[in-house]
Design a protein around this ligand. Structure first.
Ligand SMILES: [Zn+2]
Length: 336
């Protein structure tokens, strides 16, 4: 064993001059690989590094990326001939917890001898518009994205080909970045009639009873619009919900076109509906069903013809519109 050129006891990093602990495999300061003292470990790490530069791997990466549907994710693991493919990523946890927690999970201990350095719940990959993000979940040995150490709990944007290192274990991500027409918006949701002067909009009962079904129906509309236009389907992303003097302000990411279609078709329809219920003073079911069917057809007519000829899409649209149409809430304003 030798001392570092700076006189300190430990493994010296030739890239950043940091002195690391003897058992470190990567520089704690810059993430560079250090030559380790353990021959067995050294050979396993070399094996892993060789994978990513081999021509076989490069060809497989390109082939996979071309074949992947939009919004799907592939994870490459050294020593495994085929990547792991995830058609729908919700909250993909990377770790070594075999217990069935109902989470979408990759058990690293089953994949690599280097898996022992991975925490039970080490890191997570989440979908973002047109891409994905990675966060460290407070792991013992840390998560690195290429040469950058991740601050626990913070989401870092991923690019296809990025390497994520969990302790000693490295995984490579592969996906097709898509250019979805999703924007960050602020919408104001406001109550009609009875809720006009509701004093405590952000109380849990109100959020659960009124806002939650409304947002779910909005999410459904967002998905239907994407499907009809042949785009990848994604959930809407909500960043912030705040009480405003005249409604609930919601900062979210979604397709602004969906909101425009709703405002254009739904608002006039609701005026008619309110007028009808006020005039007739009877149960509006007789009016509701045929009117929603008409409204659905009107909206379907605005969508690209080839993709929208789908009975299931029609049914889903009708169901979402019914919730939005009879809700005491409505989208009052859109800012971006
Ligand atoms: Zn270093």
């Amino acid at each position: 064993m030798t001392l570092s050129p700076n006189g300190k006891d430990g493994l010296f990093c030739i890239y950043c001059q940091h002195t690391n602990r003897w058992h470190d495999t990567h520089c704690q300061n810059c993430g560079a690989r250090l030559v380790t003292q353990d021959p067995q470990l050294e050979s396993e790490l070399k094996q892993q590094e060789k994978t990513w530069v081999s021509p076989t791997y490069q060809a497989l990466y390109e082939k996979t990326q071309n074949a992947l549907p939009d919004g799907s994710l592939a994870l490459f693991v050294s020593g495994n001939a085929e990547p792991l493919i995830f058609p729908f990523v919700r909250n993909l946890v990377l770790g070594r917890d075999a217990a069935n927690t109902g989470e979408q999970m990759v058990d690293i201990s089953q994949l690599s001898p280097l898996g022992h350095s991975v925490s039970r719940r080490h890191a997570a990959i989440l979908p973002a518009p047109g891409s994905f993000t990675c966060s460290d979940l407070g792991s013992t040995n840390g998560t690195w994205l290429n040469q950058q150490m991740l601050e626990p709990g913070k989401a870092y944007p991923l690019q296809s080909g990025d390497q994520i290192r969990l302790g000693l274990f490295t995984i490579m991500v592969c996906f097709k970045a898509t250019n979805t027409a999703v924007k960050r918006l602020t919408i104001l949701i406001k109550g009609r009639n009875t809720l006009e002067n509701h004093p405590h909009l952000l109380r849990p009962p109100y959020l659960l009873m009124q806002l939650s079904p409304f947002l779910q129906a909005l999410n459904e509309m967002h998905e239907i619009m994407a499907l009809a236009q042949g785009q990848p389907t994604r959930d809407i992303f909500i960043y912030e919900i705040q009480e405003k003097p005249n409604g609930v302000g919601i900062n979210l990411e979604m397709n602004p076109q969906t909101l425009q279609i709703l405002r254009q078709h739904l608002s006039p329809w609701r005026d008619q509906y309110t007028e009808f219920t006020n005039r007739e003073r009877k149960h509006p079911a007789t009016f509701l069903e045929p009117a929603i069917a008409q409204l659905t057809n009107k909206i379907i007519a605005t969508l690209p013809a080839t993709k929208s000829a789908n009975a299931n899409l029609h049914q889903r649209l009708e169901a979402a519109l019914t919730i939005l149409a009879v809700s005491p809430l409505e989208v009052a304003r859109i800012d971006n």
